[in-house]
Design a protein around this ligand. Structure first.
Ligand code: SF4
Length: 363
C-alpha cells in the first residue's frame, strides 16, 4: 500500500498537481516549437497516448509567439520551458503558456525575476523550479560538492534557494524538480527534498538514454520514489519518440497499481515448447491494445503448459498449440483456431469485449 506524501496542490489549466490529484504523466515535444503544424501534430499523437500535460521548448521570441496558435489547437495544458531569458518567460505567458519551467536564479537578477513573477500572477500561471545537476551554481558546488547519492545537497539547496527567490516576491504557485542523470542521486535527492518542502514534486531522470536504458533507469528511480509516496507528476525522458515516454509512464503507474490506462497485456517470453509465431502475434495484439481504453486483462501465451492458466485468468487470452491457438474468454475455452486465422479472430473478440466495457462505463 502506497502512502502518498501530503503536498500542496497547484492547478495547470485543467490538471491539478499535488494534494490528492492523480499522479500525472507528461512529456515534451521534440519539434521546432515555431513550426506550429508539426508541434500540434506531435501533441495530438501524445494526447491520444494519454499525455496529460505537454512542455515545449521556447528558445526564442518566434517560439514564444507560436504558443498562442498551438494552445488553440490542443486539449492538454501547455507548459513553456525557458532558460536565461526573462523576456521569453513573460512573452510565453502572454501567448498562452499555462505554466512555465524556469530556473529563477539564472534569469539575470531580481528585477527580471520580478517581471516574470508579476506576469505569472497576472496570468495565474504556476512556475516549475527546475534544477539540473548541470545547472548548479559554482558556490553551491564548492560548498556541497557535485551531487552524489551520498550527498545530493547541492541539488536540494539550489532548488530551495530558487524557491525562496519566488517566495520573497510573494509567489507560491510552485512545483519543483531536481534532475540528475544518475538513478541513485535522483532517489536520494528527491527523498531529501520531500522532507524539506511540501510543494508538489515533478520527478524525472534527465538524459536517461534510449528506450531500454532510459526505461530501466527511469523506472527504477521513479518506481522507488512513487512507491514511497514521493512525486506528483513525472516525465520519463527517452531519446525516442515522446509517445514512448507516455507508454512507459503509464506502464510504470500500472505496475505500482497507482493508475491504469488501457488494457494490460500478459505475454510469455516463449521457449522450446512454443509452436506458433508468438512474437508477431503478441506484437500485433499489443499495437491493437494501444488504441483501447478499457481495463481488460489480455494474455498471449505460447503453449498449453502455462498458457491456459494465464489465459483463463485474463478477460481474454490465447494459449498456443501446434499450428493452432486456443482462445479463452472469461475463463472458458471459446474456440480453437488455426494459426493463420488466430489474429483476426482474437482481435474481433477483443473488440467485442471492449465495446461491452465501453457501453457499461458510458451508462
Ligand atoms: S507459456 Fe509455455 S511457451 Fe510460454 S514460456 Fe511458458 S512454457 Fe514456454
Amino acid at each position: 500500500m502506497i502512502n502518498r506524501r501530503q503536498t500542496r496542490q497547484i492547478q495547470i489549466g485543467t490538471v491539478a498537481i499535488g494534494g490528492d490529484a492523480p499522479i500525472s504523466v507528461q512529456s515534451m515535444t521534440n519539434t521546432d516549437t515555431s513550426d506550429v503544424a508539426a508541434t500540434v501534430h506531435q501533441i495530438h499523437q501524445l494526447e491520444r497516448a494519454g499525455c496529460e500535460l505537454i512542455r515545449v521548448a521556447v528558445p526564442d521570441m518566434v517560439a514564444a509567439r507560436a504558443l498562442a496558435a498551438i494552445r488553440e489547437q490542443i486539449a492538454i495544458p501547455l507548459i513553456a520551458d525557458i532558460h536565461f531569458d526573462s523576456r521569453l518567460a513573460v512573452a510565453a505567458m502572454e501567448h498562452g503558456a499555462q505554466a512555465i519551467r524556469i530556473n529563477p536564479g539564472n534569469l539575470g537578477g531580481p528585477e527580471k525575476l520580478a517581471r516574470v513573477v508579476t506576469a505569472a500572477k497576472r496570468h495565474g500561471v504556476p512556475i516549475r523550479v527546475g534544477v539540473n545537476s548541470g545547472s548548479i551554481s559554482k558556490d553551491l558546488l564548492k560548498q556541497y560538492g557535485y551531487p552524489s547519492p551520498e550527498r545530493p545537497d547541492a541539488l536540494i539547496e539550489s532548488a530551495l534557494g530558487n524557491v525562496r527567490l519566488l517566495e520573497q516576491q510573494g509567489f507560491c504557485d510552485i512545483k519543483i524538480s531536481i534532475k540528475s542523470s544518475d538513478v541513485l542521486t535522483t532517489i536520494a535527492g528527491y527523498r531529501q527534498l520531500a522532507q524539506q518542502t511540501d510543494y508538489p514534486l515533478h520527478l524525472g531522470v534527465t538524459e536517461a538514454g534510449g528506450l531500454i536504458a532510459g526505461t530501466v533507469k527511469s523506472s527504477v528511480a521513479l518506481g522507488i520514489l512513487l512507491f514511497e509516496g514521493i512525486g506528483d507528476t513525472f516525465r520519463i525522458s527517452l531519446t525516442r519518440d515522446p509517445v514512448e515516454e507516455i507508454r512507459v509512464g503509464f506502464e510504470l503507474l500500472r505496475s505500482l497499481r497507482i493508475r491504469q490506462r488501457g488494457p494490460e497485456l500478459i505475454s510469455c517470453p516463449t521457449c522450446g515448447r512454443t509452436k506458433i509465431d508468438l512474437f508477431t502475434l503478441a506484437e500485433k495484439v499489443e499495437q491493437h491494445l494501444q488504441a483501447m481504453q478499457s481495463n481488460l486483462k489480455v494474455a498471449v501465451m505460447g503453449c498449453v503448459v502455462n498458457g491456459p492458466g494465464e489465459a483463463r485468468e485474463a478477460d481474454i487470452g490465447i494459449a498456443g498449440g501446434h499450428g493452432v491457438g486456443i482462445i479463452f474468454k472469461k475463463g472458458e475455452i471459446f474456440r480453437k483456431v488455426p494459426e493463420a486465422e488466430l489474429l483476426p479472430v482474437f482481435l474481433a473478440e477483443l473488440e467485442k469485449l471492449e465495446a461491452e466495457h465501453n457501453s457499461r462505463t458510458s451508462r
